[in-house]
Design a protein around this ligand. Structure first.
Ligand code: 13P
Length: 250
């Protein structure tokens, strides 16, 4: 299966002035990690996060990027700007961006291609709402999101993409998907990838689960065959909680 990656998504939390000490504490608390450890931070925290992560195993990611190289896009941040800082990962198409900032499958695809072209590792988020789950359209929706995100990306590029399956109803609600529910969708995602590319290629792609993952439920979720890591919101804001999830990723 894919390389194990535990990534924190700070969302709009923590100040630049808190960032250096916090990332240092994460590096210290996870120094025996047997998986990749990533902190994805707000844009303004990135310089301090990169400075703190330097010389440690911790990698730094952004929470968004723009798909154009440069130009008149007020308020946006390009891949080159992130790379210039030393950022290595970028979250793309988080459900909060799809819901509140009008991101679509099309912009997700453009951003994913741009990240790959520039050498950033995209963490592409997919997931269904509670309503969609209750209507029984989860698998169709996720299949469509995956196919759209990977449109025009070859196998060599696809292998570098990280997918985060995040059921919207489990985000920030304390209501985690059961390990069986999460595994069912992650297995379906891998099947779609095998159809788009090949079995071997699909097997190399990291598929994370995200949604109220915490120190208590991480081990069970991560024990599943198709769950290769986690994208962690709330629990990534406390060093001990995040380190416990990293420790569960063996
Ligand atoms: P929570 O872990 O706070 O539910 O957030 C998950 C998430 O959205 C990570 O991207």
């Amino acid at each position: 299966m894919g390389k194990y990656i535990i990534a924190g998504n700070w969302k709009m939390n923590k100040l630049p002035s808190e960032t250096y000490d916090f990332v240092k504490s994460v590096a210290e608390a996870t120094k025996d990690a047997s998986c990749e450890v990533v902190c994805c931070t707000p844009f303004v925290c990135l310089p301090e996060a990169v400075r703190a992560a330097k010389g440690t195993h911790v990698k730094i990611g952004a929470e968004n990027l723009h798909f154009e190289d440069k130009g008149a896009f007020t308020g946006e941040v390009s891949a080159d700007m992130l790379l210039d800082l030393g950022v290595q990962y970028v979250i793309i198409g988080h459900s909060e961006r799809r819901e509140y900032f009008a991101e679509t499958d099309c912009t997700v695809n453009k951003k994913t291609k741009k990240a790959l072209e520039k050498g950033l590792i995209p963490i592409v988020c997919v997931g269904e709402s509670l309503e969609q789950r209750e209507q029984g359209v989860t698998m169709t929706l996720i299949t469509n999101q995956i196919k759209a995100a990977f449109e025009g990306i070859d196998a060599a590029g696809a292998k570098k993409v990280v997918i985060a399956y995040e059921p919207i109803w489990a985000i920030g609600t304390g209501k985690t998907a059961t390990a069986e529910q999460a595994e069912e969708v992650c297995a379906a995602i891998r099947k779609v990838l095998a159809e788009l590319y090949c079995d071997k290629c699909a097997g190399e792609i990291t598929i994370q689960y995200g949604g109220s993952m915490n120190a208590g439920n991480a081990a069970e979720l991560l024990s599943k065959g198709n769950i290769d890591g986690g994208l962690i919101g709330g629990a990534s804001l406390k060093t001990a909680d995040f380190a416990a999830i990293v420790a569960a990723a063996k």
